[in-house]
Design a protein around this ligand. Structure first.
Ligand SMILES: [Zn+2]
Length: 250
């Protein structure tokens, strides 16, 4: 008797669920649901859009990376971009190397403005936040830049980008500069990993440019390898600018 009672109650509950939600009568297509909410032109972010994450890890240049020059095809778009501009960001200047807050913030700001000045869009905010709680890798819709140990001697920096699967809208980026490297201004001390050089590259990821690894593209800012003393990525090359302007306008 008892088992029939349980089954009956179960059937009633299922029946009521169908009546109330209709979900078992009309299958909900996830894509259709997401498309209905496509954030194409909306600055409002909703987790139902299906956030995806991609990490760009910037490695030390290998010995055999070659020596040829850039060509016009030396850029690659991630296929996602910001649709709500300008992009603001928070810098956590805490570091174990005694780098000053002013050096870090002014260098990153200058790096962001290098991209900004190469497109008609107001790409990056004209100001930034100094935030001692900003932490890389936390998906919180805050664009956080920090300096900390990344457990790999070959990794200079990493940028993570979150975007919506539908609408292909970037909604967040975070960056970590690996303190296993000695950061500084390589135009003064070429033994340092130049912060501006790497920041310009990493901020290229933040706006939707992917790494370029072709040895025929060594000179572009988005070339995927660097070394201490390198400063060539500070200046954008034409392929970097073309990629940027394809997304954000001439
Ligand atoms: Zn990269």
């Amino acid at each position: 008797m008892k088992i029939y009672y349980i089954i009956s109650v179960f059937m009633i509950v299922i029946g009521l669920s169908i009546l109330v939600t209709g979900s078992m009568l009309i299958p909900v297509n996830d894509n259709a649901k997401e498309n209905a909410k496509a954030p194409e032109n909306s600055p409002v972010i909703d987790n139902d859009w299906g956030l995806e994450r991609v990490d760009f890890i910037h490695y030390v240049k290998p010995e055999n990376a070659g020596n040829s020059r850039k060509t016009s095809t030396c850029y690659k778009l991630m296929g996602v971009k910001w649709k709500s501009l300008p992009v603001n960001y928070s810098i956590n200047p805490v570091n174990p190397q005694g780098l000053s807050e002013n050096f870090i913030t002014s260098t990153i700001f200058t790096s962001a403005e290098i991209w900004d000045s190469s497109t008609s869009s107001e790409l990056f905010d004209n100001d930034y936040a100094i935030d001692y709680s900003a932490t890389y890798g936390v998906q919180d819709f805050k664009n956080s830049i920090d300096f900390a140990d990344y457990p790999n001697d070959g990794v200079i920096a990493v940028t993570s980008v979150w975007y919506t699967r539908v609408g292909k809208q970037i909604v967040e980026f975070d960056q970590r500069y690996n303190t296993r490297f000695a950061w500084g201004d390589a135009t003064i001390d070429s033994s340092k990993m130049d912060l501006e050089n790497i920041a310009v590259h990493e901020l290229g990821h933040a706006v939707g440019l992917a790494d370029i690894y072709s040895t025929s593209c060594l000179d572009v800012t988005m070339y995927g390898y660097s070394t201490e003393g390198e400063t060539s990525k500070i200046t954008l090359e034409q392929p970097d600018i073309t990629g940027l302007q394809t997304m954000y306008g001439i």
